[in-house]
Design a protein around this ligand. Structure first.
Ligand code: SF4
Length: 444
């Protein structure tokens, strides 16, 4: 029998599209209407693998364990895997709990409880993507809006250091460039689109104005724009970051002419030279634009609930990520307490990676450290981190096999629904058992 689920959420990227129509037959999802190619691949790709039938980007069937990382995995029971994970974490002097981007807020809450119990460092993937955005917001705040406001009101859109055509495929049609809203019934025809990047992208291909910035010069270009905006074009040289003064003046004219403008920015801005100072400067530019018109700024968040972890961690500990519980109270100092900082200093003696693939995205030195220490992975998917793990605990997929809450890139929280049943426990169930067993070991 076929069941149709309407208005389901896609749990791939930070757009969290909530108009997906799912067709389920015999507890299998056979169709995901409206989802883009990335979302469909995740929602429809659910075949589970055993230890001997291993591939990449596919889901794992049974818990796996090995003592020596050069050995093959052997299948074990959930109890055995969770016992071993609890033992490894409980005896660790400097445990690291990292990931959380593709898990629900309810999972994040349990993870923070576990970190507190262990005196661990807990960090999420934002420390290698929009962590610098958080630092800039601490200093300056951020004039922002919801994606709904942007759809209904924006007439000038800047994409800076991001490429939504490939990374957030429905962003332009649902929320920005092509979307039609209450005051934007002309859609694309009523908007000016500017793309700023170090090289041409698919997004710059649909822009009215492409600004090619020399790599590492974003801060200079933003500063030049601010000088022109404040009426001091004479202090700007003929070229800044390889962008001509003429083009910078043209960009400011477009930005000032907006009725409602927005700058969407990505890792091209947060992870290039000057990092959080780029965002700090961009926030100042947007604040100053508000003397002329309405302007907002928004980070293009990657994983579907990377933003959710920052929310939960802030309301639980006071800090958005990179929280160190080793002093008995939350301590936060990115540069000292983020996952790569402690791995770089070779402090970590055991790690748990959940709902993320650290081995695919961390610098080589950090991955080498993770490969040396006992490593626990909690994830439905086989990925690069599995290759260097000792204990692998597969779980139900949030938003497909388990319900929960997630935060869209604009900070709007949405409810994830369970669409099919799973033979696997949820992340929450595994974490609750881990907490109980860690407490038991510590009290022995
Ligand atoms: S844009 Fe993102 S959330 Fe929307 S369907 Fe594609 S992958 Fe899913």
């Amino acid at each position: 029998m076929k069941t149709v689920i309407t208005d389901a959420l896609c749990t791939f990227c930070g757009c969290l599209c909530d108009d997906i129509m799912i067709v389920v037959e015999d507890n299998k999802i056979i169709e995901a209407k409206h989802a883009c190619i990335l979302g469909s691949a995740k929602i429809l790709g659910q075949c589970r693998l055993g230890a001997k039938n291993i591939g990449t980007h596919l889901t794992i069937k049974e818990p796996l364990m090995r003592t020596d990382k050069n050995e093959d995995f052997r299948e074990v029971s959930y109890d055995e895997a969770i016992d071993e994970a609890a033992r490894v974490l409980a005896i660790s002097k400097r445990p690291l709990l990292y990931g959380w981007a593709s898990a629900s807020c309810e999972v994040h809450e349990k993870g923070i409880l576990l970190a507190e119990e262990l005196g661990a460092i807990i960090d999420n993937t934002s420390s290698v993507c929009h962590g610098p955005t958080g630092l800039a917001i601490h200093e300056k705040g951020m004039p922002s809006a919801t994606l709904g406001q942007i759809k209904n009101r924006s007439d000038v859109i800047v994409f800076w250091g991001c490429n939504p055509v490939q990374a957030h495929p429905r962003h332009m049609s649902r929320y920005s460039t092509f979307s039609r809203g209450f005051f934007t019934e002309k859609g694309r025809k009523g908007r000016k689109i500017i793309s700023v990047d170090v090289r041409k992208t698919h997004t710059s291909g649909v822009a009215d104005e492409y600004v090619e910035v020399q790599q590492g010069s974003d801060y200079l270009v933003i500063s030049a724009l601010r000088a022109i905006l404040s009426g001091n074009p004479d202090v700007v040289p003929d070229k800044v970051g390889n962008v001509t003064k003429e083009q910078l003046i043209k960009i400011i004219d477009i930005l000032k002419s907006a009725k409602f403008g927005v700058i969407f920015f990505g890792m091209g801005l947060t992870q290039s030279e000057s990092r959080y100072k780029n965002i700090d400067n961009a926030i100042s530019l947007v604040t100053e634009l508000n003397s002329f018109t309405k302007f907002v700024l928004m980070p293009m968040r990657g994983h579907y609930n990377v933003a959710g972890f920052n929310q939960v961690c802030t309301w639980e500990t006071g800090f958005p990520t990179a929280v160190d519980f080793s002093r008995g109270a939350p301590y936060y100092n990115p540069g000292e307490t983020a996952a790569n900082d402690v791995l770089y200093r070779k402090e970590v003696d055991a790690a748990m990676i959940i709902a993320a693939d650290a081995a695919a995205h961390f610098p080589a030195n950090s991955v080498r450290e993770l490969a040396k220490i006992p490593l626990i992975q909690i994830d439905p998917h086989w990925n690069s981190t599995t290759e260097i793990a000792n204990v692998v605990i597969p779980t139900a997929m949030c938003g497909i096999e388990a319900e929960g809450t997630a935060y869209r890139m604009d900070g709007v929280s949405l409810r994830l629904r369970k669409m099919i049943d799973s033979n696997h426990p949820t992340d929450e169930e595994v974490l609750l058992k881990l907490i109980k067993r860690v407490k038991g070991i510590k009290n022995d």
